[in-house]
Write a protein that binds this ligand. Structure first.
Ligand code: MN
Length: 191
């Protein structure tokens, strides 16, 4: 199948000042788009030509995996934001966070540390395992919990292209700000 760049569920300037319009123009309009274009070119004539994106991510390796996973990861990342979202989880997700991390603040601290200390390009993740336990993980480059039979719930893109135009090299400042635009109603549905 031919994959398409998903349209963002908000205007390009909606996440300012946390994530600028200029960053989204590049991050969504150029980087995310390039992964979609590369993937469509790479799967032509292969066993993945008619596969779903999730199947390609879990079954492929090399260049096809890198581009497929980056398409999936970016869509997952961009769709968890809102300029006026819910600022903290409630219900079953809130209970699971307290159960597995002690408190929402303790969870944020551990997740922030995972995102800040990931060396080089990659993603910090919150996922659910087969028993329903929440786990935080670091993945380099296009890495995704989908490869490890985990259910992703939430992510932070720490590739420099996610923050360099707004924060230059200050990844911790980007992560601190990032919490302000997360819409926890989206994350609750994923859980
Ligand atoms: Mn990115």
């Amino acid at each position: 199948m031919t994959f398409e760049l998903p349209k963002l569920p908000y205007e390009l300037d909606a996440l300012e000042p946390v994530i600028s319009k200029r960053t989204l123009e590049f991050h969504h309009g150029k980087h995310h788009q390039a992964y979609v274009t590369n993937l469509n070119n790479l799967i032509k004539g292969t066993e993945f030509e008619n596969a779903s994106l999730e199947t390609i991510v879990t079954k492929s390796e090399g260049g096809i995996f890198n581009n497929a996973a980056q398409v999936w990861n970016h869509t997952f990342y961009f769709f968890q934001f809102s300029p006026n979202g819910k600022h903290a989880p409630e219900g079953a997700l809130a209970e699971a966070i307290v159960r597995d991390f002690g408190s929402f603040d303790a969870f944020k601290e551990q997740f922030t540390k995972a995102a800040a200390t990931l060396f080089g390009s990659g993603w910090a993740w919150l996922s659910k395992d087969a028993q329903g336990k929440l786990v935080i993980s670091q993945e380099s480059n296009a890495g995704t919990p989908l490869k490890h039979s985990l259910t992703p719930i939430f992510t932070c893109d720490v590739w420099e292209h996610a923050y360099y135009l707004d924060k230059q090299n200050a990844r911790p400042a980007y992560i601190d700000d990032f919490w302000k635009i997360v819409d926890w109603s989206v994350i609750e549905k994923r859980f």
